[in-house]
Design a protein around this ligand. Structure first.
Ligand SMILES: NC(=O)c1ccc[n+]([C@@H]2O[C@H](COP(=O)([O-])OP(=O)(O)OC[C@H]3O[C@@H](n4cnc5c(N)ncnc54)[C@H](O)[C@@H]3O)[C@@H](O)[C@H]2O)c1
Length: 339
């Protein structure tokens, strides 16, 4: 499989390193519209063919990885699919759900592998938490709260929801395997005009799980912290920890029913904490190899175009706060005589 990379800006070099490292494909070409970026790629990997536009690229490759600004994803992915190439598009798949859906339909029609680069889905801590949810270790999930904040990197083309929350939304959809029935967001543009650099998102899922996501480019400390609270166990996943990224707490509240007439009592369960050992494979390498394996075998990627589309649908609705009012809230408003 001959693979080419389109876009060698901030993120492209990481993908190039993974493509160069794996033995599962031949990394043969790089395309970047900026001559300086292309020059950097060719100095680092002298055997690559270099292209300043995609026009001449297609004959040299069987598959491409696209790491260009979000607004260019649709046109480039569409062009690649129309040339019969397998495509991995960096997150998010496209800047609107209408365009993302068009790509999903086109990939299906062309019979080509179409994957979205949701790297966290391939990371050992995220996989470990998914297993804990799936095998019932955590019990019923009550709520999940996620924080992804630090100072920068400010993006010119998108706001903080489309840049950072895309990770958290993909993680939530992967863990819970359901789409939210309700969601909203609010935020503020503190530095750049009309572009929120801080936002807070609330989501509610059909199973009853509620989730909050805090994202910011304007925060003094880097924080990548998620709590998952279940009826049997609670988990803290801290991606900034060098080791012990996932900690499972045997903690909770137990309701004791009264033996005779009287008030029930709450007791606190303060059990042990366990930090499972996790593999230290590089998620980006796993992701790139998964794309190549799927392109070769025809197997559907874990983060296929349809998954990428769902993430875009949630981001779009949350950014516009266009979900209808959740049933619980309308019931409360009704009880309070508001509705
Ligand atoms: N998975 C992750 O954790 C992660 C992290 C950072 C960025 N990203 C994603 O990677 C993508 C790229 O982000 P970035 O920060 O590297 O952007 P960037 O602006 O730093 O780099 C983009 C590069 O693409 C080139 N380019 C633009 N249009 C082109 C075109 N039509 N043809 C060829 N080259 C073109 C530009 O010259 C530039 O070198 C985005 O989708 C972003 O969301 C993913």
């Amino acid at each position: 499989m001959r693979v080419g990379l389109i876009g060698y800006g901030y993120w492209g070099p990481n993908l190039a390193r993974a493509l160069n490292q794996t033995e599962k494909c031949e990394f043969v070409a790089c395309c970047d519209a900026n001559p300086r970026s292309l020059g950097k790629a060719l100095r680092t990997y002298p055997s690559l063919k270099g292209f300043s536009s995609t026009n001449e690229l297609w004959d040299s490759v069987d598959a491409v990885v696209i790491a260009t600004p979000i607004a260019t994803h649709f046109d480039l992915a569409r062009e690649a699919l129309l040339h019969g190439k397998h495509v991995m598009v960096e997150k998010p798949l496209a800047h609107s759900s209408r365009l993302a859906e068009e790509l999903v339909v086109l990939a299906e029609r062309q019979g080509r592998t179409h994957m979205t680069g949701h790297t966290f889905i391939y990371s050992p801590p995220v996989i470990a938490v998914k297993n804990l949810i799936q095998d019932g270790t955590l019990g019923d999930i009550h709520y999940i709260s996620l924080s992804r904040v630090n100072l920068g990197l400010y993006q010119k083309d998108v706001d903080v929801i489309w840049d950072l929350a895309v990770h958290d939304v993909s993680i939530l959809l992967h863990w819970l395997n359901e789409m939210p029935v309700w969601g909203t967001s609010f935020g503020r543009a503190c530095v750049q005009k009309d572009k929120n650099d801080v936002a807070f998102i609330w989501l509610q899922f059909p199973s009853g799980v509620v989730a909050s996501i805090e994202i910011s480019w304007l925060s003094p400390q880097k924080m990548r912290r998620t709590s998952i609270v279940g009826s049997k166990r609670m988990v803290v996943y801290d991606d900034t920890e060098p080791s012990e990224k996932v900690k499972i707490y045997d903690r909770g509240v137990v309701v004791k029913q009264p033996e005779s007439f009287g008030e029930y009592q709450l007791t606190y369960r303060l059990g042990n904490m366990v930090a499972p050992s996790l593999s230290n494979v590089e998620p980006l390498l796993v992701e790139v190899e998964h794309f190549i394996e799927c392109s070769t075998s025809g197997q559907r990627p874990n983060t296929d175009g349809a998954f990428g589309l769902k993430v875009v649908q949630v981001l779009e609705r949350v950014a516009k706060s266009s979900f209808s009012t959740p049933p619980q809230v309308s019931a409360l408003m009704h009880m309070a005589g508001v509705a």
